[in-house]
Ligand binder design. Structure first.
Ligand code: FE2
Length: 142
């Protein structure tokens, strides 16, 4: 079970829970001999979910002139490149154990670290900007 904090923006918390759910489903499928097509579909969903989530964070960071945007965006780009490469490798080799190990350790560690640091600070900044602007666009509950 991964232990990560809730951040100040609802959509980010929802997306983080969805990411963990997708990762968990993949880990379950990969730990037993299983359906390659189902793994394939979930990997595509994970990549699409992550792309969409990062793009949404980046849009808000730009709108609010977030001071650490280049650093946060740089990490997103690295993660997407790594994820695409890992998925591409799996599609060629169907090496479930290598993929499972990566998802379990590297992705798990990265996720907890990223949410606890960059996302936590970013969400707090955007929520504060939203409050100052009368809670218009960035936050559902204010
Ligand atoms: Fe992020």
């Amino acid at each position: 079970m991964l232990n990560y904090p809730q951040v100040a923006l609802d959509f980010m918390n929802r997306d983080h829970a969805e990411f963990i759910d997708l990762r968990g489903k993949l880990l379950d499928l990969l730990s037993a001999p299983s359906d390659t097509a189902a793994i394939n579909t979930l990997l595509d969903q994970l990549l699409e979910h992550t792309r969409h989530h990062f793009a949404e964070e980046e849009r808000l960071m730009q709108e609010t002139l977030f001071f650490a945007y280049p650093m946060h965006k740089g990490e997103h780009d690295n993660v997407l490149a790594e994820m695409s490469a890992r998925i591409g490798d799996w599609k060629q080799t169907h090496d479930n154990e290598t993929l499972r190990e990566w998802l379990e350790r590297a992705v798990g560690n990265w996720f907890v670290n990223h949410v606890s640091t960059m996302d936590f600070v970013t969400a707090g900044f955007i929520a504060m900007k939203s409050k100052n602007a009368g809670c218009q666009t960035y936050q559902e509950s204010c």
